[in-house]
Design a protein around this ligand. Structure first.
Ligand code: AR6
Length: 207
């Protein structure tokens, strides 16, 4: 039906790939936050680790998470049988202040296969949010993501940020989106801060 006289029609917003984004909404924007700092300190329901296929720990944020969570996290991870790239598995958080850890395995960035890398990276974000809402004890309503693949795995931050944001936004607008109260994107290095400052207003435009 046509808009009533005097009401403004929604603007059409274009994402970086030229596809139209739905009009902004305050209830959507209020559920996404950007934070620079150490993800291991956050008392959210779930933090998302940048893991590798073994799920047995490593460097970067994975090393920091395992160091603080302690030996019991390693022991639980050993029972999981690894994880495919582009997917994720959830564990308890042990010595960490959060309730759960979602271990996502991002791709090693392949400059010759941008689309394949992007599909795997967005898969991590989508699967992590699926695990969060399906999690025990009523699900994880607050989820903090580290900037998957942008460290040791070499994914350029300005390409990773829009992929992450489009996956997060699609999930929040999907059928299970209402089961998430808050997504916090945790940046650590300046290049990721800059990338998210650039792209958050595109994917979650001010209303
Ligand atoms: N809190 C938040 N973010 C952090 C922290 C922290 N404490 N420490 C680093 N980052 P990376 P990847 C950021 O390298 O690229 C491991 O060895 C960092 O600045 O941790 O997915 C795994 O076992 C970057 O933006 O993960 C895998 O083998 C982001 O976390 C491999 O590295 C991810 O960087 C995974 O590589």
């Amino acid at each position: 039906s046509p808009a009533a006289p005097g009401t403004s029609l929604p603007r059409t917003l274009l994402g970086p790939n030229g596809t139209a984004l739905p009009s902004p909404s305050k209830s959507l924007n209020d559920r996404v936050g950007l934070l620079r700092g150490d993800i291991t300190t956050l008392a959210v329901d779930a933090i998302v680790n940048a893991a590798n296929r073994s799920l047995l720990g490593g460097g970067g944020v994975d090393g920091a998470i395992h160091r603080i969570a302690g030996r019991r996290l390693y022991e639980e991870c050993r029972t999981l049988g690894g994880c495919a790239t582009g997917s994720a598995k959830m564990t308890d958080a042990y010595g960490l202040p959060c309730r759960k850890v979602i271990h996502a395995v991002g791709p090693v960035y392949d400059p010759l296969d941008h689309d394949g890398s992007e599909r795997l990276l967005t898969g991590c974000y989508t699967r992590s949010l699926e695990l969060a809402v399906a999690g025990a004890d009523g699900g994880c309503r607050s989820v903090a993501f580290s900037a998957l693949s942008t460290g040791i795995y070499g994914y350029p931050s300005r390409e990773a940020a829009p992929a992450a944001l489009s996956a997060i936004r699609a999930f929040l607008e999907g059928p299970d989106g209402v089961k998430i109260d808050m997504v916090v994107i945790v940046t650590y290095e300046k290049k990721d801060v800059d990338a998210y400052n650039e792209f958050v207003p595109l994917y979650f435009p001010p209303v």
